[in-house]
Ligand binder design. Structure first.
Ligand code: IMP
Ligand code: MG
Length: 177
């Protein structure tokens, strides 16, 4: 069951997230000035971030969505990730920015970056709201990052635990029982 208020603590309040997204929006708008950008949102965790970030951009953007399976225990070492829902459009020759909620081991983005790069975009970068660098199994550095956080399991603002908590407006750490 869900929602035991005392089991969560606020790590990043909503106002701090909003301020950071404005900063990211300004930086990305500046970097892509005069260009058209395709935002590729990684479902489902990044949808809340996407919806705020796209409105903080001052350049023309299009959006598309991709869904990937989390690797099961057997595939962690190989880093193989399965695409559950692919993009609806070709990215060849386009400026593409992957929008992700959190980088943990790095396996998902390592795979996704390679997969999308093989489709010959003109440029390919990654923006993540959160990064847990301590947890990396493969090296991966995002081009843009909102917050580096300690090794804690976080929920809210799109991120889930068993599909719960995505609708929380702030980022919370789940306390172990
Ligand atoms: P990675 O492949 O280990 O880098 O992790 C990628 C995915 O795991 C993220 O896109 C999230 O969906 C999920 N994930 C990793 N850490 C957390 C967390 O603290 N809370 C919720 N989801 C997480
Ligand atoms: Mg994700």
């Amino acid at each position: 069951m869900l929602d035991n208020e005392e089991k969560k603590e606020i790590l990043i309040p909503a106002a701090e997230i909003a301020a950071k997204i404005k900063e990211l929006g300004d930086k990305i708008s500046e970097d892509y000035a005069g260009k058209e950008l395709l935002l590729v949102c990684v479902l489902k965790g990044a949808v809340v971030f996407l919806s705020d970030l796209m409105r903080a951009l001052k350049i023309p953007v299009k959006v598309d969505f991709i869904a990937v399976s989390s690797y099961g225990a057997a595939t962690v070492s190989s880093g193989v990730v399965r695409i559950l829902k692919d993009l609806e459009q070709s990215i060849e020759g386009r400026h593409v920015l992957i929008v992700e909620d959190i980088i943990d081991t790095g396996l998902t983005l390592k795979y996704l970056h390679k997969n999308l790069w093989e489709r010959k975009p003109r440029s390919l970068r990654v923006v993540t709201l959160l990064d847990k660098p301590e947890r990396r199994k493969v090296s991966f550095t995002p081009d843009y990052c909102g917050f580096q956080i300690p090794d804690k399991f976080v929920v809210g603002y799109g991120l889930d635990f068993n599909e719960y908590y995505r609708s929380l407006p702030e980022i919370c750490a789940l306390k172990k029982p």
